[in-house]
Write a protein that binds this ligand. Structure first.
Ligand code: NAD
Length: 734
């Protein structure tokens, strides 16, 4: 055998151990080389009479994260190339054969005549867990870091190396479908209780446990290879099966609105596969896999949610010539809603935090938020009391600006008032050193304007968080006119330290994310004023792939905030800058009816103390005309809700606010949940094609107004056939 990614040893009992340990990689991943070596190892185990069975384990801190997704991207490119060269049929056959290689390899392992056991510590996900599923025995360490699962659906794929067939033969069908739809990572004990693995043992007993099992079970076969095997939920066409499939279809529709072809493929592969013997089931799975792998949803989701996200997290936008910041101490000024969250995520990342507010009581209240969050983690078993003590020990609450001395970075989160911010900037700069970077978390004030109050505008930058800070992954970094590269590097290092994803944008009103999502909310308001039934507006938002409808979203961010922003926009940009329909609606909601959103229990929805929220019946009286539901064109509503956001993203791109399509896409998905299946705002346009998008905008503009008029850049792209990514790639290559 010629192995570089594995070590292979056999003990005196004839039990082999195959240790997966890829050189120069921190995590094992499945690559073509790994597959070739695993193939050799299987041949060795099967053919060597002295070997009774084989343990597969990892030489690293984790088992493996699964397949190298870029390998799958390459496969798609191979297909596209072959279509051009040799035609669809040859291309499809080659693609099918290539894309099922891993599945066949695992089946070969499972049926080679000798048993395999997977000994798993740390994460074991996707294709790696499918490898474990093909082993006759799976044992995991009971360590907190151990997690198994099939998260493929999160990047638009599904388990295509036997996962759908084996999981559905191990567990009740409903549970198997749930597990694959959600793509959750499952800890050791629940995995054992669900029947996904056979045992959970302390880490130091892991490999020995697997060896002992192999010694005791040299003839072991997969349960489904036993002729007497019975499906856990009985046959698909049986009274029991009929209890499962009708609701499974309904749940699939409810959860995905049929936007995710991969989720639909899971349903089909399990439904069809369970009616067949395992080998045919695997073949069915492969057919769906080949189809899904070629889908634009998978390609866009892999690009945005895996490749681009990784690039941004690794510092794609960081100036390479600035050495890594030695970030230790962060000052957070303003211990309100946002500041308290920023203090928590910073301290949680091991940074020392000075949390300042106007008086000690407010500062302590901000710190108490960290106490609450970490206590919740303890309750859920995700943290220990000692973690809480250490975390709170890193946060110093104070009302004295002098305590900010020695901070490497300040994040300002005081009231959204330019006067208050100006005062704070002066007070902070009076105590910190000349190298300290100042980041403002303002959501609406241009950073360049705030920087004019600074003595060191080079050190001044925007660091815009989203609420709730501890949950939202995106941070927008805003470059003011004079921001220097050291400030940018420090801001990016900070975002990396707190394990969030940054996008870097240029200074403008609303920056990037709020401009797009603001349009989504406005479109909902305008639909309401046209007389569209509110329930249909909300349903259209969700059916288009947004996490919540536009009216719900407005309730979450506060109706009075939308009203404030509208008034400020009108004051600064003049009469024509706001929509009179929206102005009337918000004015009445806030001024006349005191409906501020979820925060006062009264917004577009009512929030009764018990029971779920309900659309406020009073909305009917705010609107003069009502469109009968059967006259509403749902497809058009869905288009309006997505197009208004994508068009705004295209405008920010033309204006140079966003400069990289990857940032626009990633930012839109993790910042405001823009239809993830599309790959993000600009991928949405690229996938439709600029010409079709422009045509759609023009149709909507004619019917609904100027706000849908496409910008010049899009019109040019429609003529030339260019795409955002095509142009960016050309630029990078030049
Ligand atoms: P908040 O009112 O909850 O908190 C502001 C805090 O600043 C208060 O605790 C107040 O006492 C304190 N403060 C005021 N003046 C101060 C001073 N001179 N020195 C020290 N502390 C002072 O507001 P918030 O929602 O946390 O917003 C803070 C900032 O974050 C604003 O700029 C806002 O635009 C921005 N922001 C808010 C959100 C959001 O969803 N709320 C999202 C992104 C950004």
């Amino acid at each position: 055998m010629n192995l570089t990614n594995f070590r292979f040893e056999t003990d005196s009992d004839g039990i082999a151990t195959l240790t997966w340990d890829m050189p120069e990689r921190s995590m094992n991943v499945i690559t073509p080389e790994v597959m070739a070596e695993l193939d050799q190892a299987i041949d060795k185990v099967a053919s060597d009479e002295a070997i009774k069975g084989c343990v597969i384990t990892s030489g690293k801190e984790a088992f493996s994260g699964g397949a190298d997704l870029t390998m799958l991207q390459t496969l798609r490119d191979l297909y596209l190339g072959l279509v051009k060269e040799k035609g669809e049929e040859v291309a499809m056959q080659t693609f099918f054969d290539e894309s099922r290689k891993l599945s066949l390899l695992y089946r070969k392992l499972e049926t080679c005549g000798k048993p395999f056991a997977a000994a798993i510590h740390g994460v074991c996900l996707g294709g790696a867990f499918e490898l474990a599923l093909a082993c006759q025995y799976r044992v995991v360490s009971d360590d907190a870091s151990t997690r198994v699962g099939l998260p493929e659906v999160k990047v638009g794929l599904f388990p295509g190396a036997g996962g759908t067939q084996r999981v559905a033969r191990l567990m009740q069908t409903g549970d198997a479908l749930q597990m694959m739809f959600k793509g959750e990572q499952i800890k050791a004990l629940p995995a054992r209780n669900m029947g996904l693995v056979h045992a959970a043992v302390p880490r130091d007993q892991l490999v020995q446990n697997a060896r002992d099992w192999l010694k005791a079970n040299p003839q072991a076969k997969a349960p489904w290879d036993d002729p007497k095997f019975k499906l856990p939920s009985n046959k698909v066409y049986s009274p029991a099966g009929m209890q499962i499939w009708p609701p499974a279809n309904a749940i699939y529709r409810r959860e995905t609105n049929d936007n995710y072809p991969a989720a639909r493929a899971i349903l089909s592969a399990v439904y069809e596969g369970l009616q067949m013997p395992i080998d045919l089931g695997l073949r069915i799975e492969s057919r769906y896999f080949a189809k899904i792998l070629r889908s634009k949803e998978a390609a866009s989701m892999i690009r945005s949610l895996f490749v681009s996200m990784q690039d941004l997290n690794k510092g794609a936008r960081r100036p390479a010539d600035v050495p890594p910041s030695k970030l230790k101490r962060v000052g957070v000024v303003g211990a309100g809603f946002m500041g308290a969250g920023i203090a928590y995520v910073s301290a949680n990342a091991g940074l020392e935090v000075v949390l300042i507010d106007r008086d000690m009581e407010a500062a302590e209240k901000g710190k108490a938020y960290s106490h609450k969050l970490i206590s919740d983690q303890i309750m859920k078993g995700r943290a220990k009391t000692a973690d809480r003590d250490a975390l709170l020990g890193r946060i110093k609450a104070s009302a004295d600006y002098a305590d900010l001395k020695g901070c490497d970075l300040i994040v300002e989160a005081v009231f959204e008032d330019p006067k208050v911010k100006a005062e704070v900037i002066t007070k902070v700069e009076a105590v910190v050193g000349p190298r300290t970077i100042f980041g403002s978390n303002t959501s609406t004030l241009p950073i360049t304007g705030l920087a004019s109050h600074s003595q060191r505008p080079k050190n001044f930058i925007g660091i815009h968080f989203f609420s709730p800070v501890e949950k939202m992954l995106l941070v927008e970094i805003i470059m003011a006119r004079k921001t220097g590269k050291k400030a940018l590097a420090m801001a990016l290092d900070f975002v990396r330290a707190i394990r969030k994803t940054p996008i870097v944008v240029n200074d403008t009103r609303g920056f990037y994310a709020n401009r797009c999502v603001g349009n989504y909310i406005r479109e909902g308001h305008l639909m309401l004023m046209e007389g569209v039934p509110p329930a249909m507006i909300e349903a259209a938002g969700k059916q288009a792939g947004m996490p919540v409808g536009p009216l719900s979203l407005n309730d979450e961010v506060a109706v009075d905030l939308a009203w404030k922003v509208l008034k400020a926009t009108k004051a600064q940009l003049g009469e024509g800058s706001v929509d009179p329909g929206q102005e009337k609606l918000l004015g009445e909601m806030v001024e006349k009816y005191g409906r501020l959103g979820r925060k006062n229990g009264k917004g577009f929805y009512d929030y009764p103390e018990t029971g779920p929220k309900r659309l406020w019946p009073g909305l009917a009286e705010l609107v003069s005309s009502h469109i009968p539901p059967e006259k509403v064109d749902m497809e058009e509503l869905k288009h309006r809700l997505l197009v208004t956001q994508a068009l705004e993203a295209a405008r920010t791109y033309e204006e140079g606010v966003v400069t990289d399509p990857r940032e626009a896409d990633v930012g839109s998905i993790i910042g405001f949940g823009f239809a993830p299946y599309s790959g993000g705002t600009l991928s949405y346009i690229d996938n439709m094609g600029a010409a079709a998008f422009v045509k759609l905008c023009e149709t909507l503009a004619k019917k609904h107004g100027e706000r849908f008029k496409p910008n010049r850049m899009l019109k040019r792209m429609a003529k030339t056939g260019e795409s955002f990514y095509g142009a960016a790639e050309k630029k990078a290559a030049a």
